[in-house]
Every structure is written in structure tokens, then in C-alpha cells.
Design a protein around this ligand. Sequence first.
Ligand SMILES: Nc1nc2c(ncn2[C@@H]2O[C@@H]3COP(=O)(O)O[C@H]4[C@@H](O)[C@H](n5cnc6c(=O)[nH]c(N)nc65)O[C@@H]4COP(=O)(O)O[C@H]3[C@H]2O)c(=O)[nH]1
Length: 890
Amino acid sequence: MTPAARPESRGNRWLRLGLETYVSLPLFTLLLLGVIWAATFHFIGNERVAAQEAARDSVMELLDTYEAQVARNLNGIDQTLKLVKYAAERKGPTEALPELAQEGLLPPGMVFAVSIADATGRIVASSPDAPGMTVAGERYFTIHRERDTGQPFVARTARDRGRKDWHIHFTRRLNGPDGLFAGAVILEVDPSYFTSGYERARQGDQGLLAIAGSDGVMRSVRIGERTSWGQTVDLAAWERPAAQPWTSALDGVPRYTATRMLRTYGLVVVAGLAEAEQMAPFEARRRTHLWEAGVASAVLFLVIVLVWAWSWQGAKARRRIRRAQETYAAASEANLDAFFVLRAIWSKGAGADRRITDFRIVSANSRAEQITGLAKDVMRNNTLLQWLPRARATGMFDRLCAIMAKGGVYQEEWHNDMPEFKAEWMHWQVVGVEGGVVAILRDITESKRDAERIFHMAHHDALTGLPNRSLIGDRLEQSILLAERESQQVMVAFVDLDSFKLVNDTLGHTAGDELLKTVAGRMVDCVRKSDTVGRFGGDEFVLVLPQGDAGDADRAALLEKILAAVVRPVLLDGQEVQVSCSIGAAVYPHDGRDRDTLMMNADAAMYRAKELGKNNCQFYAQEMNASLEEKLALMEGLRRAVDDKQLRLLYQPKVDLASGQVFGVEALIRWQHPERGMVRPDLFIPLAEESGMIVAIGEWVLREACRQARDWQDAGLPPISMSVNVSPRQFDDRRLVARVAAALAEAGLEPGWLELEVTESLIMRDVQQAVDKMRELEGMGIALSIDDFGTGYSSLAALKSFPISRLKIDKSFVRDLAHSADDQAIARAIISLSHQLQMRVIAEGVETEQQRAFLTQYGCDEMQGYLFSKPVPPEDIGAMLARSAHDTKG
Ligand SMILES: Nc1nc2c(ncn2[C@@H]2O[C@@H]3COP(=O)(O)O[C@H]4[C@@H](O)[C@H](n5cnc6c(=O)[nH]c(N)nc65)O[C@@H]4COP(=O)(O)O[C@H]3[C@H]2O)c(=O)[nH]1
């Protein structure tokens, strides 16, 4: 690994490239080949020069020898001519030859023929004999006759008439005693006589020996084994210095040639050596040298190719490594992670004694600088233990040694407590590499904090900061596991605030939130730190209380404490508010062995507490579940009831007390359950209200009731008012007015025949909102009445502002009217109040004559109850109205 690399300069790049073997080797090879071939050609050149030199020397040597030989021969011939001339001049031509022959002074007749011609050209004596021949026409005879040069004459090679063979004629003039021309001495010589000294061993097959006349005509030429004559040549050309071989017209063979003039005889001797033959040894050596250089080059080339291939592979591998290093350096610089490359420092010794004593920081990137606050150079001069003295104590050093020994990748999240690092949480990734480790470090403090924040948000309630549903579940599970291991108990308590909704609705959500926070704080104060108080949602809290071996009494005491804490008044917006709570508890392992069972049972117990009048706590008992299960089953069935047309409406007549006439009916719902038969509304309406299904059910009731009222009218029955109950959730529905209008429109019923009954507690939750909505309905022509009047806490002021046309005395006051003075007083008060507020008053649940009598006596306007009729199917009402109409007519 290398530290972050700076970009390499162009000069350095070329230098590095030049130093690469795969580049320098071919260059060196070219150089070497150049040297080999230059040396070879130089050597060959030298040898050529030497060979040419030798050839020139040889030809000169040959010429010297040949010249001497020819000169000797010519001198011999001339001596003979002179001798014959002398003898002929002294003794006469005929005497001279026999005398000389007798004395053995004539040359052998095989080679030479000697003749003497007289002044007329007739041969007068000859040896060997050639009688009757004349040479008067020969050129040499003419020359001698015309002039006495005192010199011999050499004629061209020719044939005599007397002799068939070709000869060279050497002649001298004969003078008479008077000094006048007396004839000529003629010596004929075979032309090959002058070239017989040709040595094959020395001159080869194409060597040349020749004698030419100064007239340029060859007297005798020998090339190899062949002798010829008579060719005319340009002697001036032949006389050139023998430096360069040249090609004569004789046979077209290039030769080194040399000539020399023999002035006495007017002859030129020529020696020549064929270039090809002279240079043959050199050519052989040249080929050998070229072959040797070629082989040496090939071997060199082969070796170099192998070395080059090897070095190219090496260079490629090095380039790959360099690129990897550059990439690593660039990547590590650009990386958001800190990189450290550490190389192990080993102790001296061998085998088991040898161990890692420290790590040297070889390389680090810029991010490492940021996370450590140390410059890279400072880090690189450090070892791990110098830099992090606590690395050994914290186990970091040993772990690095182990990773290096094992190899592979090791990673962990690490809560840092070393001041050398500027991050609280780090993610370490350590990779074991050859000779050390690479540590990659990432600052994860922010993400850790985010995760913690998210975890807290996901597991805690935003309002109170208490654990939420999911964390409560976890805590309960943990507590159960612990309790299981240690044979202990865990109590789960469901706490539901009573009347919280009322506070929320009357004082607003801010006050409601404040109340929840206060109550939560009080509950937390009541329990131990190890207990969990969580908010389940809305006004529901859950407590998880590991109990050890506490008994029922202890548990009850704790829950009572919580009840007391919650019920203490709370100051909200300067107003003192008091809420109670209902608590249901279930205990592990008795009431359930798992989380869900315990929760469900605690919930059931809480419902029982509610049923039992609130502000109390209940421990789970098995039978509670039965009603809960039934409730769940009913809820499930109710979902299908509307679609499956299982709902019915019964109608209970309302009677005018003064006239006894039916003036209206109240629509009362029934659920025709497929298995349970007719289910009463007080069993399922609260469930529908709780689940929200009341909105859909209420809409169905409205439409069905309006349709029925219209049907009766269409049947010609006297029009009556139709009362429909509106539940709190239905009343809160933003679209209530629209739904009512739609139901009326759909049925074609005039709004004046519809009356909506709302409960007293409903309109008292948010008086202003209720007034607004009621005014809207009233504006449409719909009548409104207050149901169950007397059970709530209506303020007179509020009551005055409602557009109400009728108050209904709750049947709980009617029931004991005969015996209870209180109920009588209440009934009287309600009647009186209604009248004062210009409202009509109706009593419900009238079963007896006494009740009717009392009500009539105190001015109650209308009544409704079994005394007149129970709720009945629509056809009964139809019959009832038909009857009433008939009676009236009658
Ligand atoms: N003991 C006795 N009871 C009498 C007498 N005369 C009438 N009743 C009963 O008193 C209840 C009067 O209705 P409610 O006070 O509005 O009380 C209703 C009403 O609050 C609710 N309810 C019924 N139908 C509907 C509906 O369509 N919508 C809504 N939201 N609630 C309904 O269910 C409650 C109970 O309804 P029901 O069981 O039909 O019970 C009816 C009726 O059958 C009598 O002389 N003696």
C-alpha cells in the first residue's frame, strides 16, 4: 500500500517507462544486433579489401614472372635471329643454316622453324625444309626491305603458305656486304609457346596470359586451357592500373589484369586473374561470417523475446499492482471512511519466540486525519502503541494480532472511550492482509443518535414520553421471561380514565393533554423505577409491575394507591378538574402465561371495573372473559348485520295525554340475529357506538324510518311524527345534516314530520357545536327533542339556547313515580321547566294508570309506554292509525 499518490510528472513517467525492461530490452537488442551486424560487415569489408589487395598482388606477381619468361624467350629467339643473320651474311644464306644446324646452334624444329629469304622474298634456306615458298608479299618482308631499323620485327600470328600451322613470325633484315637489303631471316614460333607457362594451380580455370602486339592485335592468348590469337583489343584500356577488376571483350569475365610493354619487340605482355576465382575464398568466408552473424542474431533474438515476454508479464503485473495502488489511494482519499494500513513489527528470534510487538502505521487517508486530528505524516511516523497507549489494555492490540493471524474480515460497532479518536460511536472493519492489517473506520455517531432517536420515537408516546404499546409488549415479555426463570409474578394493569372524553370535549384538547401528562406523572410516582408505566393510546395506560412474590393484598394496595393518585383534582386552565380511573389487573402466571393473554385478561378486568361503576379496580376472574368474548362475537356479527339485512325497526306510539290520540312514533331498532334471535339495542348499540359502526347503522335507521312514515302517508293514514334516536358519534358526524336531508329527499317526506332525539349528555359535551348543528337541522324544519332528560347535568342557560321542541322525562323517574317522592318532584320540575321554556314534555316508560294519572295531573303533555303499546312492527302501527282514523271519523 502506498500513501496517497501525487500525479506523476511527464519526465518521471518517461524515465520509469524507459527503465521498464520490456521497453529497454528491445532497444538494447536492436543496439546489440546493430553492433553484431556492423562488426560483421566491417570485418567482411576488411577481408574484401585484403582479398582484393591479394588478388592485385597476385596479378602483379604473375605479370612479373610472365614478363621475365616472355623476355627470356624473346631474347632467345632474337639471339637465334641474330645468329642466323650473322651466319647468312657471312657465309651466304644457303650455307648458314646447315652449318648452324651442324653445330647445333639452331633451336629444335618442333617448336621453331627458321627460314632465310633472299632479296626477292624467295625462301632460300629453311629448317625444317620449306622449299619454293616466297614471303615477298608479307608485311615484315616489305618493312625490312624498305628500312633497316636494326630491330627485330614481330609479325601477327599467321599461317604460311608452306605450312598449315599458325605461327608468330619473328624477322630480322639481312644486309648484303654492300649494306643493301639482302633478304630476311624468319623465325616462326608456335603461339602457344609463349603461354605454356600457364599454371592452373596458380591461375585457376580462367586466368589469362597473353602477348599482344603494339598494334593491339593479340599474338597469343591463353585463358585456362584454351589458346587463341588474332583478337584486336584496345591496349590503352588494358593498360589501366590493376586496382579494379574489369571485363574485357575477350570473354566477358571480370578480371584483375596488368600489362607491361616490351619495347624492344613492340610487344605487350598481359596477365589476368579472374575476379570470381580470386575472391572465392573471401566469398566463402563472407558467407560463413554472415551465417555466423545470422545465427548469433537469431539466438539473441530468441533469448531476448523470451526475456521480453517474461519482463512484459512482469511489467503487466506491476502495472496492475500500480493501478490497484493508485485506485486504492484515490478511493481511500475520496472515501468517507478513515483508512489505516498497519504493518506488524515482529520481535527478534525465531519460531514460537517470534511475536508481534507493535504495528507501524504505514498509510492513512485524509478522513483518518479528520477523525484523529493528527496529520498523516505524524501518523506515519508512529506505531499503534505509541499513538494509542491504551490499545493493549482495551484488547484492541490483541484483536488486531488475532485478525492478522487468522486473516479474513472482522467488523464491529464500537463505543469509543479513547480521546485519540474524535467520534463517540465508530464502525470498525479490520481486514487481515499479508504482513499486517487494514483498518477501515467510520464515524457512526450521528446515525447511532438518529437510530436511538428513532428507536425512542418508535417505542415511546410523544405526549407523555412513556413507553408505547410496542415497548410495553417487549417489557412485559422480558418481565415474563425473568419471572419464569426466577419463579416470580408479574402484574399487568390496564388503567382507563373515566370521563376523560368529557374533559377533552368541554375544556379542549390542550387541557386533555395536560390532564394525561399529569395523571401519567402521578402513576410513575406510585411505582418503582424498575416498573413500566406506558400509554396504550387515548386515555388508556398500562402498567407492567414485576411482583416478586407479593400477595393479592400488596397488589390491591398498589392499585388503590394509583386510584387515589389519579382521582386527586388537577388544575387545568385555572379550573379544578377531577377524573377517576378504572383499573383491571391480571397476574402472571395465574391469569395467563404469555403476553397477549395477560393483556387481554387485564383489559377484560378493566371493562368489568367500568361496568361496576368506574373509579375502582378489578382483578381478572375467568368469567370476565366469557362476556368479553361474547362482546367480540357480537361486534363481529354486527359488521355483517346491515349488509345481510338483519336489522329491523319497531315503532312505539306516542300518545297525546289530553286527547288519547297517537300523534307520533319512536323508531326503535332490533337486530334479528341468525343464531341468537332478536337482540335488544342496549346490547349492541354501545358496541356500534364504540366501533364507529353506529354511523352506518344510524343512516340506515334514518332512511328506513323516513321511508316508513312516507309509506303510511301514501297508504292514506293520517300523518304522524317519526322520532329517530341519534347517538353521540352520529351527532358528531360532519355529514349528519346532509345525511338527514338525503334520507328525507329519498323518502319524499316533509321535514316537519321528522323528529330527532338526542340525549342530554350528548348536547352538553360541546354546547356551542351542538347548538350550531341543531339550529341547522331546525332550519330545515326538523324537530328536536332531548331524550332521557334528568340523567345529565344540563344548565338552564344552555337549555334555553337549544332549539328544542320537546323534553322527554327519562323512564327511570317514571318507574317509581307512584312511590318515590323524589321522582315525583323531579317529574314535576321537568314538566314545569319544559313549559317555562315553551317546550312540550313527554314521559317515557309509562306502564301503569297511576303513572299516567300523575303525569296528567301535573300537566305532562304526552306519554309513551307499555300502558298504551310496546314497540311494534310497522303494520301494527298502520292498523292502529287506521283504527284511530276510523274512530275519529265515526
Ligand atoms: N320498561 C319499559 N320500557 C319501555 C316502556 N316503553 C318503552 N320502553 C323502552 O324504553 C326504550 C326507549 O327508548 P330510549 O330511551 O330512546 O332508549 C333506546 C335508545 O337509547 C336505544 N335505541 C333504540 N333504537 C335506536 C336507534 O335506532 N338508534 C339509536 N341511536 N339508539 C337506539 O336503545 C335504547 C333501548 O331501546 P329499547 O330496548 O327499544 O327500549 C326502548 C323501549 O322499548 C315501558 O313502558 N316500560
